[in-house]
Ligand binder design. Structure first.
Ligand code: HEC
Length: 259
């Protein structure tokens, strides 16, 4: 009984913390509408364009440390093209795609170290990434001056501000017959819109394409890693199988004389 009580006393704050964490996240989740992106892992020009965007705009802060530069030849490039166009630091072609930023610096500058993106598409899904990367808007109340539709108060700034331009979020009451409409909970129903206050160097259609190609690349990047993992899994099972057989034989050998 007392043991149960102790367990309960220990578990209660933990459960409360979990609920506290889950609560707001859940609220945000229900608001979240993901935009669909079409992925085509056989479209080499799109993957090349995505790889270019990745090394130019992301690698400064994020690594892809499970991916070697020379796997990029699978995108239809020669090793020389990879070296000339996609490698900026004096690294080896067989080296992993590391970020130049040290995790400690990232933590100091942004409050959180930018995570490795090797398998981010598996963790978040393509539609989430597509919505996230196009979802930045100006918000003077945050540390970076940016906010995001699917990642509220994210520590990452909008790295595409020159391409996308600046947007602000507007929340207006929904009007019907010249009157505000109630939301059924004593408040008023609102509609959220985004207004461009400064256009970027790309049109919205071009920008969507840039991000689509990038997400295509991020999805592709997770795939070879998956193949590797499958191979490792296979050899691990094989090794276990061999061990089981050996230990069985050993067992027989030991007990042979006893009977
Ligand atoms: C100036 C540094 C910087 C650059 C450049 C940058 N990011 Fe980030 N990114 C961050 C930081 C910091 C976070 C952590 C945000 C947080 O947890 O609040 C982050 C978070 C993310 C996340 C969310 C990870 C998760 O699931 O928690 C994704 C996805 C992402 N970045 C993708 C990208 C992509 C793609 C690019 C290139 C277009 C890019 N980032 C460029 C700093 C950067």
């Amino acid at each position: 009984m007392t043991k149960n009580r102790i367990a309960l006393a220990l578990a209660a704050p933990f459960a409360a913390a979990v609920l506290a964490l889950a609560g707001p996240a859940h609220a945000a989740e229900t608001e979240l509408k993901l935009e669909k992106v079409e992925i085509d892992l056989a479209d080499l020009p799109r993957l090349q364009s995505g790889a270019r965007t990745f090394v130019n705009y992301c690698l400064g802060c994020h690594g892809a440390e499970l991916v070697r530069y020379n796997t990029l030849v699978q995108l239809g490039l020669t090793e020389q093209q990879v070296k000339d166009n996609l490698m900026f630091t004096a690294e080896k072609i067989g080296g992993y795609m590391r970020t130049a930023m040290r995790p400690a610096d990232g933590k100091e500058w942004f409050g959180v170290a930018p995570p490795d993106l090797s398998v981010i598409a598996r963790a978040r899904g393509a539609d989430w990434l597509y919505t996230y990367l196009r979802g930045f808007y100006r918000d003077p109340s945050t540390v970076t001056g940016w906010n995001n539709t699917v990642f509220p108060t994210v520590a990452m700034p909008n790295v595409f501000e020159h391409l996308q331009g600046d947007r602000v979020r507007k929340e207006e009451p929904v009007m019907r017959d010249g009157k505000e409409v109630g939301d059924g909970h004593g408040g008023v129903l609102t509609r959220v819109t985004f207004e461009t206050i400064r256009p970027g160097s790309q049109t919205p259609v071009e920008f969507d394409r840039t991000v689509r190609d990038l997400v295509n690349f991020l999805v592709w990047m997770g795939e070879p890693v998956q193949d590797q993992r499958k191979q490792i899994g296979f050899f691990a099972l094989l090794a276990i199988g061999v061990l089981i057989v050996l230990s069985y034989l050993l067992y027989k050998e030991y007990w042979k004389d006893v009977h």
